[in-house]
Design a protein around this ligand. Structure first.
Ligand code: ADP
Ligand code: MG
Length: 370
């Protein structure tokens, strides 16, 4: 089990992660969602032991990363946003090297490399230079590196970013196959991916926890799920009015395409509309072509939660956090963390000021969602 408790990480004066707490139960997949700059990679880097924290703690099966970093690192396989793969090695050489770094014994190394190569489907490319592999294969090699020796906790930072649809499906299938034996946390921008793959979602925005729960729970919190219905009929207004009259329907939108009406029905909480929709179609004489739950409500929850300035939005407080990659602050005190980020930040500086910076330099606050 992973427990993140009151985690805070600053870069100089900027708060990248602010008092974040959540847990991931053993054998489940947790999806970490948020717009660019929300603090996902920072949190994952800390969880994987690659970046120091400013405040709070991360516990892996009850063991604190800060207290026992080496033991914790052995429990984790990590696929960073930019996997550290070496272009002038072959996948096999690279994985053998990574297995050695991981501290796997000589005897178990060969088997771990073989298992990883097989599971990620890079057998045919094992002797080619990584420089000559496609993006999809490089990602698989990064993945193979993460699962070497099958550590109990797997952390994947945007594992499907930049892949084509077929590769995305393969990687998802692979992740799904690792569930149960492993505790997995992955970040993604693709909401349908999060919904289809994850047992639980954690939504962050500007370093703050915005929501945490099963996908269905979050959708319910957004005012009910919607249903996509496609019927054959030339008159979208007629379809709209038939569905709008059904008990439990709170909203209907409809558009036409090639003699088919695509309708989206929003329902009030707890209502199952499917049989009513079916019966209404039969009664009105519309051939029913499609009836399926839509992902739109997760999308609307996500957009609602991540389009403001953060959780303090409602009280009118201004929030001037900057999202600049650079920070003006000089190194204001090291706390001995092993920073893997070479972008010139001040290190895990601990400050006594409150987490939310009221007086940070302005600008750069605009973030696009999705
Ligand atoms: P995400 O992965 O959700 O896109 P990040 O964790 O990469 O978000 O970034 C969170 C915030 O921290 C952003 O505002 C980003 O600009 C800032 N940040 C990330 N890395 C650094 C760094 N090395 N130095 C300074 N600021 C950083
Ligand atoms: Mg990131």
């Amino acid at each position: 089990m992973i427990e993140v408790r009151n985690l805070t990480r600053r870069y100089g004066g900027n708060v990248a992660v602010n008092d974040l707490s959540f847990t991931v139960e053993r054998g489940t997949i947790c999806g970490f969602l948020g717009p660019n700059g929300a603090g996902k990679s920072t949190t994952m880097n800390i969880m994987a032991g690659y970046l120091g924290l400013t405040d709070g703690e991360v516990l892996l099966d009850g063991v604190s990363i800060a207290d026992e970093p080496e033991r914790c690192k052995r429990m984790i396989g990590y696929l960073p946003e930019q996997p550290p793969i070496y272009m002038d090695m072959t996948p096999e050489e690279y994985l053998d090297f990574a297995a050695e770094l991981r501290g796997l014994e000589r005897g178990e190394r060969a088997e771990a490399v073989e298992d990883a190569i097989r599971l990620t489907g890079v057998e045919d490319m094992r002797d080619r230079l990584i420089a000559n592999l496609s993006k999809g294969y490089r990602q698989r090699v990064g993945f193979a590196q993460a699962i070497l020796g099958f550590p109990p906790i797997l952390i994947f930072d945007e594992p499907t970013a930049g892949l084509d649809p077929k590769q995305i499906l393969e990687i998802r299938e692979l992740i799904r196959s690792l569930r149960r034996e492993h505790t997995i946390i992955l970040s993604t921008h693709i909401l349908s991916e999060a919904r289809g793959l994850c047992d639980k979602l954690v939504i962050v925005h500007r370093g703050n926890l915005m929501a945490d729960g099963a996908p269905e729970e979050l959708e319910r919190s957004g005012g009910g799920r919607s249903l996509d219905v496609v019927v054959r009929c030339g008159d979208p207004e007629l379809v709209r009015s038939v569905f709008a009259e059904l008990p439990g329907v709170t909203d209907v939108s409809a558009r036409t395409e090639d003699g088919e009406v695509f309708a989206s029905l929003t329902r009030s909480e707890g209502e199952d509309l499917r049989e009513r929709v079916f019966d209404a179609c039969v009664a009105a004489g519309f051939p029913l072509l499609t009836l399926r739950p839509s992902d739109a409500s997760l999308e609307s929850v996500f957009i609602r939660l991540t389009s403001g300035d953060g959780p303090d939005d409602a009280d009118g407080e201004t929030d001037d956090e900057t999202d600049n990659e650079t920070d003006g602050d000089a190194d204001d005190g090291a706390d001995g963390d092993a920073d893997a980020d070479n972008t010139g930040d001040g290190g895990g500086a601990r400050e006594d000021t409150p987490a939310r910076e009221e007086d940070a330099e302005g600008g750069g606050g605009d973030e696009s969602n999705l």
